[in-house]
Design a binder for this molecule. Structure first.
Ligand SMILES: [Zn+2]
Length: 402
């Protein structure tokens, strides 16, 4: 093994079009890699004994950083991380959406003992420390002593190697936290030079309020903010990307260090029941509102439904037409058939408009992220970066390749 490593210690990639990661135009250059470092970029000749890889006709770039990745558990099973590496990702940031491994230190030790094929970093999850402190009694505002205990755990995670704090304020455990609680835990991360990465409290009708809260937390805790998977997810906010970008631009002008990421898909994948926030799945009013929020029954496709396979790959609108019922009745029928089989339909529903995604991607402070990871069931788990390069760069010309 050792002899092999020495033999391959120096590699030169020749004839590549180099995109160096700064946004500079492509240029033809050779790149030398010695051990695990880039040692030279330029027009030099390979030395004798060096391995040479001819990259004529190909573009060579630094590996991609996926700032929102959910491979915490997958890495143990699949340390080669093929689905990630094949997208060009070489660094994963784990612990997103408020949920992280715990304790951070021993988890990082385990990763060092069985290193994966990717570099990785981790954030402390706010919901993770909130659960440590409040246990099952989390459906309320935390007391000052509990907030102090959470902040202490965030400091512990930071000193054990985390690079920031993540939150998922739309999810159960964190949804009961006040803005003051978030300022306290973010301040703890700021003390150790961390940043605050957030899945904001709402990505639908109340997106703008949620954005204002994220900005306020950053300003009050004096911490850089990273807005996870920036999104405008329902009809009432579709088309408002320019306004949303404007709010962030203003915060940046006022001195807040704020960035965001965006995944390149306009649809989500989950059970049919998540469409109905008030859980009144057979109430005509609730179903009507739920379908309207995603732009109508034509935007909801039954992806998988073992209880009635005939419905699969059709939208609720198409099914209603062929069954000669209205879309609400069709929806209720799918719910009832799912209940009878104890197996709800899995759907793909529209979450964003193309125009909003395009505008987000064009901001220099928005980066690509997958929100996927090893074993993800959404195509973003294996397709995020190729989709950006293929569709958004080569086909639609939203961005240049560099
Ligand atoms: Zn999220």
């Amino acid at each position: 093994m050792h002899a092999l490593l020495i033999a391959l210690a120096s590699t030169v990639i020749v004839n590549a079009q180099v995109a160096d990661g700064t946004g500079a135009p492509l240029r033809t250059a050779n790149v030398r890699i010695t051990d695990d470092r880039i040692a030279a970029v330029g027009n030099f000749k390979p030395a004798r004994g060096e391995e040479v890889i001819d990259a004529k006709g190909l573009v060579l770039a630094p590996g991609f950083i996926d700032i929102h990745n959910h491979s915490e558990e997958g890495l143990g099973r699949d340390p080669l991380a093929t689905t990630q590496i094949a997208q060009g990702i070489t660094t994963l940031l784990l612990g997103a959406d408020g949920g992280s491994p715990w304790p951070i230190g021993s988890w990082l030790d385990e990763r060092r003992r069985t290193p994966a094929a990717v570099n990785l970093a981790v954030t402390v999850g706010h919901a993770t420390v909130r659960s440590q402190v409040m246990k099952e009694d989390f459906r309320r505002v935390a007391r000052p002593t509990e907030v102090a205990a959470m902040a202490k755990l965030v400091e512990q995670g930071m000193s054990e190697g985390a690079i920031g704090l993540s939150s998922g304020l739309e999810y159960d455990v964190a949804s009961y936290s006040s803005t003051d609680e978030m300022v306290a835990v973010a301040s703890a991360a700021a003390k150790h030079g961390g940043f605050y990465m957030t899945h904001v409290r709402d990505e639908a009708d109340r997106s703008f309020e949620a954005l204002q809260e994220a900005i306020a937390i950053g300003q009050r805790a004096r911490i850089p903010v990273q807005h996870s998977h920036i999104k405008l997810g329902t009809v009432s906010v579709w088309g408002k990307a320019a306004e949303y970008v404007g709010v962030i631009e203003e915060a940046r002008r006022n001195g807040l260090d704020m960035l965001a990421d965006c995944y390149p898909y306009d649809a989500w994948y989950s059970t049919i029941k998540v469409l109905v926030p008030d859980k009144q799945y057979e109430s005509p009013e609730s179903v009507k509102a739920a379908l309207a929020a995603v732009g109508g029954a034509g935007n909801v496709t039954i992806a998988s439904f073992p209880a009635n396979k005939r419905y699969e790959q059709q939208t609720i609108e198409q099914l209603a037409q062929s069954e000669h019922v209205d879309v609400i009745e069709m929806f209720v029928r799918i719910i009832r058939e799912g209940n009878a089989a104890n197996d709800d339909a899995l759907i793909i529903a529209k979450s964003m408009t193309d125009a909003d995604i395009e505008l987000f991607y064009k901001q220099p402070w928005v980066m690509v992220a997958s929100d996927g990871g090893i074993d993800s069931q959404h195509p973003r788990g294996a397709g995020t970066f190729p989709r950006v390069l293929g569709r958004f760069v080569r086909q639609k010309h939203w961005l240049t390749l560099p």
